[in-house]
Design a protein around this ligand. Structure first.
Ligand code: HDL
Ligand code: ZN
Length: 422
């Protein structure tokens, strides 16, 4: 039966296990350091994270275009002055910078902008990556890999394919398909340039050629899944190139290669274009599109995260109906303590252990430290409440069972889902 857990040390046992469990971070924007300056890291990148740009530009009078003309250091100083010194930095993105500094052993009370910059400047990147993974206790992270990004495509084709670099297994790939699916009317010409016999009309030959394009990149990247960020008004099926590409290309290739499709739905792209990456908003999607995919393609696997708080409840209910649907993460505007807490509790109550609780969405390497520090605390607190309710019924719980559950929730559910035969 294993060592039983008593109610009076439940919290300590759960917290120890949650801290000790290595995480698979199912969605990030990080890169294997061998990919060069595609990997963002260091104090100035941390402080100029687009979340902090949005929060700063709310309170300064500086015109947007003037902000973008500043140097990276000047941008960081403006954000530091505005959000950290002229206001208390308790927003989640501000707090995160400080948690990262603290976990790296720096003196947060010193408010020493120059000192923090110097610390990062003295780090040797490869050692530092290992240090960050150790602090955050990560098994691996999944990148976001866009074959339509010129700089990234060059690394894959000129360095990975010829074997000049062998990707580090701590950085797994995800084939990102926003450009293919959301702008086919222009993207088809790129595929044609690259030797795929496609036309904008997506005739039978084009369908086969897009399938070949997908399989070529799956061969190159060995992706964990194929992802796409879709707008809040995404519909499926519908009379559109995107719908045809998903049905005729993505889903058959996903089935053939057993590489799940990961629609990430709910963005309202660039509602304030002047803020660039910080200018996106959120919208509630019609969950019927995800329901149609799961119901009509029962052999396909879907990893799904949604951006609207309301949609996360609908997604959890949908996941109760379809074993080929694996919800993941508290994405973007949901990655805040109050909403992580609410969504995690709801998932425990509706899905038990059969979900992937969180991803970091880290764009900057050092963010792994705070995003996982904050999420682990919330996951631990929520689990203690759930196990306490369970023990209140007289159920006897062992440490081994808690470890089993936490390993599933923090990553094993992804790997099991990938292996599962539907
Ligand atoms: O589309 C995505 O993957 C989103 O996560 C966007 O990159 C977004 O800008 C972001 O960084 N969210 O955290
Ligand atoms: Zn993302």
């Amino acid at each position: 039966m294993g060592e039983q857990v008593k109610i009076d040390n439940l919290a300590a046992v759960v917290n120890e296990i949650v801290q000790d469990t290595q995480i698979t971070d199912v969605h990030t924007h990080l890169y294997d350091p061998q990919f060069g300056d595609l990997l963002l890291w260091g104090f100035e990148e941390l402080v100029t994270y687009h979340y902090l740009i949005a929060e700063t530009m709310r309170v300064v009078e500086l015109p947007y275009e003037k902000y973008w003309q500043l140097s990276k250091t000047e941008q960081a100083k403006l954000i530091w002055e505005t959000l950290f010194l002229q206001n208390s930095p308790y927003s989640e993105a501000c707090r995160g910078v400080l948690t990262t500094l603290k976990r790296l052993g720096l003196d947060v009370a010193a408010r020493d902008f120059e000192g923090y910059r110097k610390f990062f400047a003295t780090q040797e990147l490869d050692e530092y990556v290992k240090h960050v993974f150790d602090i955050a206790n990560l098994k691996c992270v999944v990148m976001t890999n866009d074959p339509f990004d010129d700089q990234e495509r060059k690394v894959w084709l000129e360095q990975v394919v010829p074997g000049k670099i062998v990707p580090d297994p701590s950085f797994r790939a995800a084939l990102r398909l926003d450009i293919l699916l959301n702008s086919w009317e222009s993207t088809w010409q790129l595929l044609k340039e690259w030797g795929y016999e496609v036309t904008v009309e997506l005739d039978d030959i084009s369908i086969k050629e897009v399938q070949r394009f997908l399989k070529d990149w799956i061969e190159i990247m060995d992706p964990v899944y194929m992802a796409v960020s879709l707008p809040y008004d995404f519909r499926f099926p519908e009379a559109s190139s995107r719908s045809k590409l998903i049905e005729a290309c993505i889903l058959p290739v996903s089935l053939e290669t057993d590489v799940p499709f990961a629609p990430m739905v709910g963005v309202r792209r660039r509602i304030n274009p002047a803020l660039q990456d910080a200018g996106d908003g959120v919208g509630k999607m019609d969950i019927g599109a995800i329901e149609y995919l799961c119901a009509n393609f029962p052999k396909n696997k879907f990893l799904v995260t949604l951006l609207s708080r309301e949609n996360q409840h609908e997604l959890a209910v949908l996941a109760r109906k379809f074993r080929n649907l694996m919800p993941f993460g508290c994405w973007w505007f949901l990655n805040n303590p109050s909403l992580i807490d609410e969504i995690t509790r709801m998932r425990f109550e509706l899905l038990g252990t059969s979900t992937i609780l969180q991803h970091s969405d880290a764009r900057i390497l050092d963010q792994l430290i705070y995003k996982w520090d904050h999420s682990r605390r919330l996951i631990s607190e929520t689990l203690v409440d759930k196990y306490s309710d369970l023990m209140d019924t007289g159920w006897v719980l062992t440490k081994m069972e808690i470890r089993r559950d936490v390993e599933k929730l923090m990553g094993e559910n992804l790997w099991d889902f990938l292996e599962r035969k539907l």
